[in-house]
Design a protein around this ligand. Structure first.
Ligand SMILES: Cc1cc2nc3c(=O)[nH]c(=O)nc-3n(C[C@H](O)[C@H](O)[C@H](O)COP(=O)(O)OP(=O)(O)OC[C@H]3O[C@@H](n4cnc5c(N)ncnc54)[C@H](O)[C@@H]3O)c2cc1C
Length: 417
């Protein structure tokens, strides 16, 4: 940043009304006479910065990072700012091994990376909490506000402990390590462990624990039970063969499975099965009952559904916001599938759409229609996995186990960090 630009940015951030007025007037009028002005002094970064439209991305996980890097690589005419509440990127699916990896600290090193390294150097990074979003700016906990021409909200979801413990401790990679060590000690001491919820997170967590404590489970020294509300694992986007395959893998590792058991929390007993009132006997319970959208505070009406997810249209624009400058993507939205691997399909839709919006053109890219079955990969520890590819008309094709172990179970996508 040039020294002059630093000074002006500081003044603007102190919100002096006159300077803000001047700054925004420049932004409004520059497109009309700025073209030749900018052309005549192409190396003047300050002039360029003023002429640039501003894209702000809140949340820098799977989707936010890909979107920011895609803009800064392919659309250099925009000024891209990312706001995240931790200063590192983490591979969320890999956090399921945090408690059971042979060396949890080394594992956490593999699944995390400072955002300053992960993001393209042209992206401006702000680490702070968002306290409000309105249709023009994002207000931060430090008192400053970040104006935007287009905003992408990509704050993901909150998954119950021990998954995504990024907000535990001091929000640093070391904080994640400390949390993992504490939880890992508790798991080691527990004799009876319960996992409530047989979705992909519950199954994967149980698989990791079972792999690490297989001898104790098979000898009866320790128990691990999955309680699931319906009669088979996962949602209807997963094929039967995959469900049965995962069930077999877990049973072989000594896991007990109780289907048709809806478990409720209880202040006295910890947890009980609703239909029978039977107490869940466990000295450690993991509640893997699904994610909750991590929606930041927003003072725009009608953006959320009853689950507090951001409602999106097929162009990724926030439904119910007429101005059209707010977009949302990933686990924070009401899109029914929560998946990292959809970044490859969704980023080429949202990024050109934001560009079209900023140029005043029609938004032509649409979210492809979800197929009946999803393309999925589920692991049960580092040596067991099952997965299928969705195929139109035929449904799905199972992939060989050794392929799934190599692709997913062994490293849990950490090679992409
Ligand atoms: C155990 C597990 C296994 C999984 N396995 C797979 C798999 O095999 N394949 C697959 O495709 N998907 C998998 N998923 C799902 C996948 O990880 C998520 O769908 C994906 O990470 C969602 O990306 P996101 O960008 O929406 O959110 P995230 O990746 O969660 O990123 C959100 C970011 O926003 C930040 N943030 C949150 N709130 C705020 C705020 N208020 N202000 C600023 N920043 C904020 C967070 O710190 C984080 O950096 C798995 C998930 C889990 C939990």
């Amino acid at each position: 940043m040039l020294p002059l630009e630093c000074e002006i940015t500081k003044l603007i951030s102190r919100r002096r009304p006159l300077i803000q007025y001047w700054y925004h007037s420049c932004l409004v009028f520059l497109p009309y006479f700025g073209k030749s002005f900018v052309k005549s002094k192409p190396k003047n970064a300050f002039i360029m910065a003023i002429a640039m439209k501003r894209i702000v991305i809140v949340g820098c996980g799977a989707y936010g990072t890909e979107a920011a890097n895609s803009f800064s690589k392919n659309y250099q005419q925009y000024q891209v700012t990312v706001i995240n509440n931790v200063d590192y990127y983490y591979m969320l699916p890999a956090t399921v091994r945090n408690l059971t990896a042979p060396d949890p600290e080394e594992w956490i090193e593999k699944l995390t990376r400072p955002l300053s390294e992960k993001l393209n150097s042209r992206v401006k990074l702000i680490i702070d909490d968002v306290v409000d979003i309105n249709s023009e700016r994002v207000e931060l906990a430090n008192g400053s506000s970040v104006p935007f021409d287009a905003l992408i909200i990509a704050t993901g979801a909150h998954w119950n402990a021990p998954i995504s413990p990024q907000l535990w401790g001091d929000r640093t990679i070391q904080g994640m390590k400390d949390y993992a060590r504490m939880e890992s000690d508790e798991l080691a001491k527990a004799k009876d462990v319960a996992v409530v919820g047989g979705g992909f997170v519950g199954v994967e967590l149980a698989g990791e624990i079972a792999h690490a404590y297989q001898d104790e489970l098979l000898s009866g020294e320790k128990t691990l039970t999955i309680y699931h509300a319906s009669s088979s694992f996962f949602s209807s986007h997963y094929g039967k063969k995959l469900k049965h395959g995962m069930e077999d893998s877990l049973l072989k590792l000594g896991v007990r499975i109780k289907y048709d058991c809806y478990v409720e929390r209880s202040a006295e007993s910890g947890a009980f099965i609703r239909s029978t009132n039977e107490v869940v006997v466990a000295d450690k319970i993991y509640w893997t009952t699904g994610p909750r959208a991590n929606t930041p505070p927003i003072s725009i009406a009608n953006l959320l559904n009853s689950k507090e997810e951001i409602k999106i249209t097929e162009t990724f624009q926030a439904a119910g916001h007429a101005k059209g400058n707010i977009f949302a993507i990933g686990d924070v939205t009401d899109y029914p599938r929560k998946a990292h691997m959809l970044t490859a399909t969704f980023i080429p839709v949202i990024v050109p759409n934001v560009d079209s919006y900023l140029r005043g053109r029609p938004l032509t890219k649409k979210i492809p229609k979800a197929k009946k079955y999803a393309t999925v990969a589920v692991s049960a520890g580092p040596e067991a996995a099952s997965g299928h590819i969705a195929i139109p008309v035929f449904g799905y094709v199972m992939l060989p186990k050794f392929v799934m172990v190599r692709m997913k179970a062994k490293n849990l996508w950490t090679e992409q960090v």
